[in-house]
Design a protein around this ligand. Structure first.
Ligand SMILES: [Zn+2]
Length: 147
């Protein structure tokens, strides 16, 4: 059988939920990326622009409204700071995260040129971007809300 028929295996993302990034790590006007998978042996995702502070309701924490130029009629979404990564080499924290994510994902996904979206993120009806780790009704979370 050709190699392209191998089963598609989508790894979980144990790294993004563990990031210790504060809200003030980002500023309006910055270009950041939301990594969603791998393409060609490199991290792959959406480049977005940080617009303004915005409450991230899925986590009940301070988030950022970001502009995704490729988002069509849902170009403006609210993301948690830990979803965002500076591409600039001037940010050691984000570089460390990028490197760890790449070293975790590339061996699991491979180096095919076609992008592989690991489907970690979904968008709520209110345009809140939510990572799969934040969308579960976790009973371990002391801040369980009923709404
Ligand atoms: Zn950074």
């Amino acid at each position: 059988m050709p190699a392209t028929n191998r089963p598609v295996y989508l790894p979980h993302d144990p790294l993004t939920p563990q990031r210790d990034i504060t809200h003030t790590h980002f500023r309006p006007g910055e270009t950041v990326v939301i990594f969603k998978g791998v393409a060609g042996g490199r991290l792959w995702g959406n480049a977005v622009t940080v617009v303004a502070p915005s409450w991230h309701t899925p986590t009940d924490e301070a988030g950022w409204r970001v502009l995704d130029p490729a988002g069509g009629d849902r170009s403006y979404v609210t993301a948690h700071p830990r979803y965002l990564v500076h591409l600039s080499t001037g940010c050691p924290e984000c570089l460390v995260h990028q490197k760890a994510l790449r070293e975790y994902l590339v061996p699991r996904i491979g180096t095919d040129e076609d992008p592989v979206d690991c489907r970690w993120y979904s968008l709520t009806a209110l345009n809140q971007l939510v990572h799969v780790a934040d969308s579960r009704g976790s009973t371990a979370d002391s801040a369980v809300r009923l709404t």
